[in-house]
Ligand binder design. Structure first.
Ligand code: FAD
Length: 542
């Protein structure tokens, strides 16, 4: 009873009334220190005042799970491998109440400490977004929920933990002949991690991003309250959390919409040498009714011999013509399409595909086809991951840049960037594909350009060891951003990363006020997701 937590629980409401919460709406101003130092320190955020007393105070909490205070370097690492902020502790929660108690305790301590909390999914962030400098990182994967619940009725759904991996959801739902409808290209990501961003892939043109395929969430807010929310109940929190960059609450459970799953997929690639023909065809396909189930695309700049690489997994429709194809040094654009099918209905599928392809204007000799299982297709990036790991090339820095460009300016973007700013794509793939904004629910926190069709353009670069790769790629990324700004393309960053408050304000545009209001409603002391560097933890005055 004498513990600070119990005291706090009793006085919870009173203390909140007495708090004069100062939400410091500023970002950490020192640009040079941000994520530029590969060592595990980075003192960009002033440490809290009584750091030595923090671990012992956390130890007083009664939990189903536990804290670890040593060997925490893994929590200061992410896929980006550019930012490294050491936390003071990692919570391995076994229950939702572990998370709630920890947040309430940190609130209770907030008159003496700037302790913050970051939920960490798989740590596949790029710039330290799931890290907390001298704060507490919550390892969401250890959250022990009852096993997934699948509702197989008229409106099928699955209830999953916020720390669940999408690959596990796929395997489990397939047992019922069901599957989520909207994916990411890579499935070893957590539900909480992708729902905090958006979750965009080649199905988004039809189903919207993953954040539009959620019926309900359970969230622990920055006040430590456990709240169930949906379109009907606590809707402001529901839409705030979806695409909310972890700012308003920690997702502990999500109810995800499901649809019937097919067994196989026909996977098709065709090439273009003219950008406008390529993008016209992409836009035609995403607007057609009986179209493909997945539509993406990528750019190849100075990539000779690429078609040979495809031969291991794709068959050319006409091998002789395909072998004679030469790009003549031109930039090539690859349209990638997939149709799901049941093997018993292969004839209908082939007719449908033939019709769809007949409406396109690709280079005829460059039609490549493949047939794989639904799981193999969805889990395709994992195979590359295994290969990279075996070569020791997965743990390199990944200075990725993801942009959303309005359709009306995509040609200007392509003309200005491909071949001019980006002279080759030897550092990694460049994805480019359009999606229909009509499928996007604009009540979520996610920000997109204001047009009916927008393009996702993803520069997925890896900085290889022993080169000046990281510096070169980061400079190139900045040139792309500068070009977008100068040409006033109306671009928005996806998986955004900024240094100043003005940049965040510009990113959110007219949604900024709502974002700030939600922050003060659900996380008034700015405890949550400090690694996004949007708000700075406030000190409470009691
Ligand atoms: P983390 O990196 O751990 O967390 C991301 C953010 O969410 C952090 O701010 C964190 O604090 C917060 N967070 C984590 N869990 C929770 C939770 N339960 N509640 C509230 N906040 C939480 N994205 C796409 O949209 N489409 C793609 O096709 C795609 N492909 C990818 C491929 C690869 C190889 C990689 C590495 C990433 C890809 N991503 C893609 C990006 C991915 O969506 C983000 O990295 C995202 O952050 C998910 O990663 P994570 O689960 O590891 O979350």
């Amino acid at each position: 009873m004498g513990s600070p937590v119990c005291g706090f629980l009793k006085q919870n409401n009173i203390i909140f009334l007495r708090f004069f919460a100062i939400l410091v709406l500023s970002c950490i101003p020192d640009r040079t220190n941000l994520c530029s130092n590969p060592s595990f320190d980075t003192p960009t955020i002033p440490p809290h005042s009584s750091s030595s007393s923090i671990p012992s105070s956390l130890k007083t909490l009664t939990l189903d799970g536990y804290f670890s205070f040593e060997n925490l370097k893994h929590a200061a690492k992410d896929f980006g491998n550019i930012c490294h902020y050491l936390p003071i502790a990692v919570l391995h929660p076994k229950s939702v109440s572990d998370i709630s108690s920890t947040i309430k305790h940190i609130l209770y301590m907030s008159s003496v400490t700037k302790l913050t909390v970051a939920a960490r999914g798989r740590g596949h962030s790029l710039q330290g977004q799931a890290q907390a400098y001298q704060g507490v990182v919550i390892n969401m994967e250890s959250l022990d929920r009852p096993s997934m619940y699948i509702e197989n009725g008229e409106v099928p759904y699955v209830d999953v933990s916020g720390g669940e991996l999408w690959i596990n959801i796929l395997h489990e739902t397939l047992k019922y002949g069901l599957s989520p409808k909207s994916w990411t290209d890579y499935l070893h990501l957590t539900v909480g991690g992708t729902l905090s961003n958006a979750g965009i892939s080649g199905q988004a043109f039809r189903h919207g991003p993953q954040i539009n395929n959620v019926y309900q969430l359970e969230v622990v807010t920055g006040r430590g309250e456990v709240v169930t929310c949906s379109d009907k109940e606590n809707a402001d929190l529901f839409y705030g959390v979806l695409g909310g960059l972890g700012q308003f609450g920690i997702i502990t459970r999500a109810r995800i919409s499901l649809g019937p799953a097919e067994k196989m997929v026909k996977w098709i690639r065709v090439l273009y040498s003219e950008f406008s023909t390529f993008s016209n065809d992409q836009e035609h396909l995403i607007s057609s009714n009986n179209s493909f189930d997945y539509i993406e695309g990528f750019v190849m700049i100075n990539r000779t011999g690429l078609l040979n690489n495809w031969r291991s997994s794709f068959n050319p429709k006409d091998p002789i013509q395909a072998s004679q194809f030469s790009s003549d040094g031109k930039i090539l654009y690859c349209l990638e399409m997939v149709k799901y099918f049941n093997p018993e209905k292969i004839d209908v599928l082939n007719q449908d595909i033939e019709k769809l392809l007949s409406e396109l204007n690709y280079i005829p000799s460059t039609l490549f086809l493949s047939e794989v299982s639904y799981v193999e297709f969805l889990d395709r990036v994992h195979l590359s991951e295994i290969k990279l790991r075996s070569k020791g090339l997965r743990e390199v820095p990944h200075p990725w840049l993801n942009l959303l460009i309005p359709k009306s300016r995509i040609f200007d973007f392509a003309e200005g960037v491909f071949g001019n700013i980006v002279k080759d794509n030897n550092n990694g793939p460049i994805l480019i594909y359009p999606v229909n904004k009509a499928k996007w629910n604009n009540r979520t926190s996610m920000v997109t350009p204001e047009e009916d069709i927008i393009y996702l353009v993803a520069f997925l670069s890896s900085a290889l060891p022993g080169t000046d790769g990281l510096e070169h790629i980061m400079t190139q990324n900045q040139h792309i951003l500068d070009f977008c700004a100068k040409a006033q393309l109306g671009a928005k960053q996806y998986l955004p990363h900024y240094h100043t408050q003005d940049e965040w304000r510009a990113h959110f545009g007219t949604q900024w006020e709502t974002f700030v209001q939600r922050k003060s409603a659900y996380d008034p002391l700015a405890i949550l997701a400090p690694g996004q560097r949007i708000f700075q933890k406030a000190i409470s005055i009691t």
